[in-house]
Design a protein around this ligand. Sequence first.
Ligand SMILES: C[S@@+](CC[C@H](N)C(=O)[O-])C[C@H]1O[C@@H](n2cnc3c(N)ncnc32)[C@H](O)[C@@H]1O
Length: 364
Amino acid sequence: MKEVLTRPKMGYYMNKDVFGTRGDFITSPEISQLFGEMLAIWMISEWRKIGSPRPFQLVELGPGRGTMMADILRVFGKLGVTGDTLEVHLVEVSKSLSEIQASNLCREHGSAAESDKHPFYYRGLTDREISVFWHKSVEQLPEKFSVIVAHEFFDALPIHKFQRTSNGWREVLVDVDPQDSQKLRMVTSSIPTPASLLLIRESETRDHIEVSPSSGALMQFLAQRLEEFGGFALIADYGHSGDKGDTFRAFKKHQLHDPLCEPGTADLTADVDFSYLKKAVGDKLISFGPVTQHEFLKRLHIDVRLKKLLASSTKEQQDELLSGYKMIMDEKGMGTAFKFMCFFPSVLAEFFISHPVAGFYPET
Ligand SMILES: C[S@@+](CC[C@H](N)C(=O)[O-])C[C@H]1O[C@@H](n2cnc3c(N)ncnc32)[C@H](O)[C@@H]1O
């Protein structure tokens, strides 16, 4: 998965704009500006609740086209959170996507000479004088109070697949088809592999599971940073709480696609196991959720924002706003397939009993 998605020359994300009607898939922030705006309101509200620590860094993992960050920064600007309060740090493996993000976010931008002192490969400045930095990995992020957001990022991180067999758990591997050397196929390992010995819980009851140790390691790293330097993280993705099996799939031109066919030409994805992310952070962080996208956005009063936007829009804009809203809130589609989970340093556990995190609890 890692090779197929992020290999420097041939990787799926590395050389093209893969989003939107002309691409392979569309994401909530690309469908409706309401999505990024509601996330911005949530971030500011939680940041204020814990005393508005400043300056802070706003971090996005896998920013796609930069659309969600642009919507977030617009709301931040309206609420007076601008360049003297924050820096933006984007973790993006694809140079070509980072250029698209920069042209959507910045009035000036360009490559930077990456060094230990300056661990970023690209930088820019927005209209509101906010500095934006691009990093290849989370390890390069500055050690500061961070507000972290990741939308449809964890589903792109590599997984291991395991099948329960009469001989015990076996890893599912990818092999060249012996009948046709141009084709790949899935095989079940004949003997236990290091991953099958290490990654499966004794208490596991499912017959097929997917585990993403890269996601676990990333969460552990973020947990350490958030515990030591302060901050919080909001993760949104399609996923489950440790109860789904085979979810690995590919998308090409908005259709399901065989993940082993022409690797590098289609998006690969697997549902995020939120219970695994929660386990990975141990007792460093407390978590809330997952809650469905529909619930989360409703509780943040997306309907009020929609109404306000509709009142100042043309008929054409109103149609677009309404169809976007329907799509991201659809309880038979994106509204329930996507879920939100957030993480805060455990030291705040007691504080949140009297100040519940917005969007994660029904209002009383
Ligand atoms: C499915 S897209 C989501 C884009 C965006 N968040 C949205 O919702 O529209 C995944 C994003 O993560 C980036 N990405 C994937 N794997 C990555 C990795 N290992 N490290 C950093 N960025 C990665 C991709 O280049 C892309 O920007």
